[in-house]
Write a protein that binds this ligand. Structure first.
Ligand SMILES: C[C@H](O)CC(=O)SCCNC(=O)CCNC(=O)[C@H](O)C(C)(C)COP(=O)(O)OP(=O)(O)OC[C@H]1O[C@@H](n2cnc3c(N)ncnc32)[C@H](O)[C@@H]1OP(=O)(O)O
Length: 764
C-alpha cells in the first residue's frame, strides 16, 4: 500500500479560504492570505513544481488580482471548481482535504460582493452554480472523497462547503455557524438542506434563526463534525480519514441525502409550527426567517434537490430586499466606527491601561465596573460612605451572579473576576491608576468638584473620563488644568450588557487619550463611536425629540398607548412612554431641562410629566408611571391616565387633532429625530452618518433591519421628510418641527442626508 501522502492531496491554503484578512477569494468566499495553488506531493513528501510555471506566490498574486472582478467570474476563473477539476483529473490524487490556512477555515461569502450584486455592478451568479453545480454535483458527487479540516471560523458559505464534504474534522475551539440571517439572507450554498440533515431540524433551525455558531466540541456532539482533534493533528487526521473513506473503513456520507437525523414526521411538523410561530412573534417585520423555514420545509417535503433550487431562488430574492441592504449597511457601519479620521490614522499606539478607578457605585458605576472586570481590568470602586459602597459592590456581585445563573460563568471564574474589584472610601488607591471614570449623579457643580479632586490624587498621565450623558465636558473640567486628558465615556444602561460606548472629546482632548479609550472600549467588547462635545452629545441629543414629539402628540389629542404601540410595531423595543417609565421621571426631567436650557427654540415644553409627578408617579420604580406595573414588572395601561392627560391639555390650551394613523405617528416621532441627527452631523459632532446609524441601533434600539436612523431617512428621501416637517411646523406652534438648514438644503437638491458634501468643519 502506498503512503497517505501519495494518495491524498491536501488543498491546504487553496479553498475554502482562511478568514484573517476577510478579502474576497477566487470563489467568492472571504480570505486573508493569498491563494496557494494545489501543490503536488511526491513519494518522499517533498513538493514538486513545474519550473516553467509561476511560483505559488506569483500565481496567488495573479489570483488575487483576478479577485477584483466579479464574484462569480472569480468563482469560475479559479476557485473551488477549478481546484477540484485538477484534483479529479490527477491520478496521483486519490482523495481531497479542504482546509484554510493559519488556523482559519473561512468566514463565508464576501459580503462586500453582496453590495455589488445589489447595485448591479457585479453580475449575478448563474443560478445554482455554486450550490448545485460545484458543491452538489462536483464536490459531493465525485468519486474521490473530500474531508474538511476545520480550525478557527467556518461560517456561512465556508461551513456550507465543509458540509458538502464527506466528513468534517475540527479543532475543539473551531466555530461553525450559518449567520446569513443576520444579514437578511438565508444560507445560499445548500446550508438550508444539509444542516438539518446533519444535526436535525430543531438544532439546524435554531442555528440558522439565531445566527449563533457552535464550538467544535458541540458540533461533534451534534453530528456536524465527525471528530475533534488538536490543531497540530488536524491535517493528518483529515488525510487519514479521507483515505479510510476511500478504503471503505469509514462511511462515505453524502449529507444532502442523509435522513436519519431528521425528526419523525409528527415531531418535525410540530417543530416547524413552533419555529414559525416564534419567528413571527419575535420578528414580525421580517420576512427572511419565514422564507428560511419555507425553504427547509421544501427540502423535507419535495426532496433535497428541490430544496436546493428553492434556496437558490429565495436567496436571490432576499439579496435585493431592503432588509438585506439595511443589515449589510449595519455590518460595515459597525466595523467602521473605530476608524476616526484625524485620530486613528495618526499612527498612535494605545497605551497600556493596567488599573481603572470608578467614582460612584450606582447603577452606571457598578455596571461599568462589571464590564471592566469581566475583561480582566483591575478596578477600584469609590463611594462616599460604607453603605453606598456595599450597595455598589453588591450590584457588581449580582451582575456576575446573573451570569453564573445563566451558565455563562462558573463559580471559580466568578470568584476570580470579583477579586479584581476593590471597594474604597478615599482617593489613596487612585495614585497609580491609569484611568478614572466618574459616574456620579448628573450635577455639574458636583462633577466639577470631583474632577478637581481627581487632578490632585491621580498620576499626571491618568485619563479623566466622565460618564455624563448630557453635561458639557468643558463645564465639568472648568476647575482643572487637565483639559487634554478629560474625555467622555458615555455608557448605556445596563452597562455590562448594552454594546454602545459614546466617546466624547472636546477641542482640547488629546488624540492619544481618544485612542487609549477606543482600545479599552474594544477590549471590553463595546462598539465605540467617537463624537464631539455638546449638550447631550450625539446619542441623547439626537433622540431627545423622540420623547418630546410623543408628548406633543398626546397633548394634541393622540392616545399615548397608540403611540407606544405604533412605535413598537415599527420595530423599537419599547415606545417613548414605556421608555420614560423605565428610565424614571427624575432622569427624564433632569435631561429634558438640559435641552430646554440649551435649545429653547426647538424644545416642546409639556406639562404632562410634571403633572404625573404631582400624582406621585415616577415611573417603573414606583410601579406607577404612564403604565401600572405588577410584581413581575409587567406593564398595563392605566385608565387613570386620561384625567392627567386632560389636565395637561387644558394647561397647554392646544387644539385636539383628528385621529392619527400609525404611519403618521411613526413619522411625527422619528422625523424630528432625523432633523436633530442632521444638525449633529452638520455641526461635526458626528464624523459620519453611519456612526449615527450605529448610535441609533445600539444606543436606542432602533431596528437594525431599517439600517439605522440616517439610512432609513435616506430610504424615504430628504425631500419627503423636509416637506412633512414643514407642514407640521406650520400647524404646530414653535420651532419643534422646523427643518434645520442642512435638511432643507439636502431636500432642495433631493440629495442623500448621509453623504456629507459641504459641512461645518468636523470637531475632531
Ligand atoms: C452564500 C452564503 O451562504 C452567504 C454567506 O456566506 S454570507 C457571509 C456569512 N459570514 C458572516 O456573516 C461572517 C461575517 N463576519 C463576522 O461575523 C466577523 O467579521 C468575524 C466573526 C468573521 C470576525 O470578527 P472579528 O475578528 O471581530 O473581525 P471584524 O472586525 O468583524 O472583521 C475584520 C474585517 O473583515 C471584514 N469581514 C469580515 N467578514 C467578512 C465577510 N464575510 N465578507 C467581507 N468582509 C468581511 C470586516 O468588514 C472587517 O473589515 P475592516 O477591517 O475593513 O473593517
Amino acid at each position: 500500500m502506498r503512503s497517505i501522502k501519495e494518495y491524498v492531496e491536501s488543498m491546504q491554503g487553496a479553498d475554502p479560504l482562511p478568514i484573517e484578512q476577510y478579502r474576497r477569494d477566487s470563489f467568492g468566499l472571504t480570505c486573508k492570505k493569498k491563494l496557494k495553488p494545489i501543490t503536488p506531493v511526491s513519494d518522499g513528501g517533498s513538493k514538486q513544481r513545474d519550473a516553467t510555471k509561476a511560483s505559488p506566490e506569483e500565481e496567488s498574486e495573479i489570483g488575487c488580482k483576478k479577485l477584483r472582478k466579479t464574484a462569480m467570474e472569480d468563482l469560475r476563473e479559479k476557485g473551488l471548481e477549478e481546484c477540484y477539476e485538477q484534483a479529479l483529473q490527477r491520478d496521483d490524487v486519490k482523495a481531497i482535504v479542504v482546509t484554510g490556512a493559519k488556523g482559519k477555515f473561512s468566514g463565508g461569502f464576501d459580503i462586500t460582493a453582496f453590495g455589488g450584486m445589489q447595485g448591479g455592478n457585479i453580475a449575478p451568479p448563474k443560478p445554482g452554480f455554486m450550490s448545485v453545480e460545484v458543491l452538489t454535483d462536483t464536490v459531493e458527487a465525485t468519486r474521490k472523497p473530500s474531508v474538511a479540516a476545520i480550525d478557527g471560523l467556518a461560517l456561512g458559505g465556508g461551513l456550507e462547503v465543509a458540509m458538502a464534504c464527506h466528513a468534517r474534522i475540527s479543532t475543539p475551539s473551531a466555530q461553525l455557524g450559518l449567520p446569513e440571517l443576520r444579514l437578511g439572507v438565508i444560507p445560499g450554498f445548500g446550508g438550508t438542506q444539509r444542516l438539518p440533515r446533519l444535526v436535525g431540524l430543531s438544532k439546524a433551525l435554531e442555528m440558522m434563526l439565531t445566527s449563533k455558531p457552535v464550538k467544535g466540541e458541540e458540533a461533534h456532539d451534534l453530528g456536524l463534525v465527525d471528530a475533534t482533534v488538536s490543531p497540530d493533528e488536524l491535517i493528518n487526521t483529515a488525510r487519514q480519514w479521507a483515505l479510510d473513506i476511500l478504503e471503505a473503513k469509514r462511511p462515505w456520507v453524502k449529507s444532502l441525502y442523509k435522513t436519519d437525523k431528521i425528526e419523525p414526521h409528527g415531531e418535525a411538523r410540530e417543530i416547524l409550527k413552533f419555529t414559525r410561530t416564534q419567528a413571527r412573534k419575535q420578528a414580525p417585520n421580517l420576512e427572511h426567517p419565514i422564507v428560511c423555514i419555507d425553504v427547509v420545509v421544501e427540502g423535507i417535503v419535495s426532496g433535497p434537490r428541490a430544496g436546493l433550487w428553492k434556496e437558490v431562488e429565495a436567496f436571490q430574492g432576499l439579496l435585493h430586499s431592503d432588509t438585506c441592504k439595511s443589515l449589510i449597511h449595519i455590518f460595515f457601519a459597525q466595523r467602521g466606527t473605530s476608524r476616526v479620521p484625524g485620530i486613528t490614522d495618526r499612527g498612535l499606539v494605545p497605551r497600556r491601561i493596567s488599573k481603572v478607578a470608578i467614582l460612584g457605585g450606582g447603577l452606571m458605576g457598578s455596571g461599568i465596573a462589571t464590564a471592566l472586570i469581566l475583561s480582566n481590568y483591575p478596578v477600584v470602586l469609590k463611594e462616599v460612605n460604607e453603605n453606598f459602597l456595599q450597595a455598589g459592590v453588591g450590584r457588581v456581585r449580582a451582575n456576575l451572579q446573573s451570569r453564573v445563573k445563566k451558565g455563562k460563568m462558573n463559580e471559580e471564574k466568578f470568584l476570580k473576576t470579583l477579586s479584581l474589584l476593590k471597594g474604597v472610601l478615599d482617593y489613596e488607591s487612585f495614585r497609580d491608576v491609569d484611568m478614572v471614570i466618574e459616574a456620579v449623579i448628573e450635577n455639574a457643580s458636583l462633577k466639577q468638584q470631583f474632577f478637581s479632586d481627581l487632578e490632585k490624587y491621580c498620576p499626571p498621565h491618568c485619563i479623566l473620563a466622565s460618564n455624563t450623558s448630557t453635561i458639557d465636558l468643558n463645564l465639568i473640567g472648568e476647575k482643572t488644568r487637565s483639559h487634554d486628558r478629560i474625555i467622555g465615556a458615555h455608557f448605556f444602561s445596563p452597562t455590562h450588557i448594552m454594546p454602545l460606548l459614546e466617546i466624547v472629546h472636546t477641542e482640547k482632548t488629546s488624540p492619544q487619550v481618544i485612542v487609549d479609550l477606543l482600545d479599552v472600549g474594544k477590549k471590553i467588547k463595546k462598539t465605540p463611536i467617537v463624537v464631539g462635545n455638546c449638550t447631550g452629545f450625539a446619542v441623547n441629543r439626537m433622540f431627545f425629540p423622540y420623547t418630546q414629539a410623543a408628548l406633543l402628540l398626546v397633548e394634541h389629542g393622540a392616545d399615548l398607548y397608540q403611540i407606544d404601540r405604533a412605535v413598537t410595531k415599527f420595530g423599537m423595543p419599547m415606545g417613548p412612554f414605556r421608555l420614560c417609565d423605565l428610565v424614571g421621571f427624575g432622569v427624564v426631567i433632569a435631561t429634558g431641562t438640559q435641552f430646554v436650557e440649551n435649545f429653547p427654540e426647538r424644545t416642546y415644553k409639556s406639562m404632562l410629566i410634571p403633572i404625573m409627578q404631582e400624582d406621585k408617579r415616577a415611573g417603573e420604580a414606583t410601579r406607577k408611571g404612564f403604565y401600572v406595573y405588577n410584581d413581575k414588572r409587567k406593564a398595563s395601561p392605566d385608565p387613570e391616565i386620561k384625567k392627567i392627560v386632560q389636565k395637561a391639555r387644558e394647561i397647554s390650551g392646544v387644539n385636539v387633532d383628528p385621529k392619527l394613523s400609525d404611519k403618521d405617528i411613526v413619522e411625527m416621532v422619528f422625523f424630528p429625530v432625523v432633523n436633530e441627527a442632521c444638525r449633529v452631523l452638520a455641526e461635526g459632532i458626528a464624523v459620519k452618518a453611519s456612526d449615527l446609524d450605529i448610535a441609533a441601533v445600539m444606543g436606542m434600539g432602533f431596528p437594525p433591519y431599517r439600517g439605522g436612523i440616517m439610512f432609513w431617512a435616506d430610504s424615504l428621501g430628504s425631500k419627503y421628510i423636509c416637506s412633512k416637517l414643514e407642514e407640521w411646523s406650520n400647524v404646530y406652534d414653535g420651532g419643534f418641527f422646523k427643518p434645520c438648514a442642512y435638511l432643507a438644503e439636502r431636500a432642495t437638491k433631493e440629495a442623500l442626508l448621509s453623504t456629507l458634501v459641504e459641512r461645518a468643519k468636523s470637531r475632531l
